[in-house]
Design a protein around this ligand. Sequence first.
Ligand code: AMP
Length: 145
Amino acid sequence: MGDYNSILVAVDLSEEAGEVAAKAARLAAANNAQMHVIHVIEPLSFAYGGDIPIDFSSIQEEIQQQAETQLRGLCANLAVPVERLHIVLGRPENEIHTLAKKLSADLIVVGSHGRHGFALLLGSTANGVLHGATCDVLAMRVGKK
Ligand code: AMP
């Protein structure tokens, strides 16, 4: 048995997501661990609240559908069953922590940088995940930094 039994990999929809997930899958295989994939969609209402009187529901649904199509493809490439793909609404670090606890994950894998983080040493999501985690966190170096 390896060091990890349950690995949760957090992916955004950036070009690096496949690389992050593929490495997590190799780690899961090497540890004979179960791998779950999470993607968190931030509700548009979080950004705009009640400031703009627009109904975001159809745009939100479109975003969700596109994310689902992309991530189902990613999971299929890595032979991760669709039941282990979790697409949830909320704040990424909160939802990643919540699911990691629910699954009793012993390792969370994130990319060091994604959409938000290229100016930083560690992306904001990776940083947020690292801070509240109750299990190991692997920040996979992606991109040029
Ligand atoms: P960032 O904070 O955008 O630089 O992203 C760093 C890493 O955090 C990414 O490579 C992903 O592993 C993870 N991440 C960022 N955004 C999300 C998201 N919406 N859902 C799940 N994971 C995410």
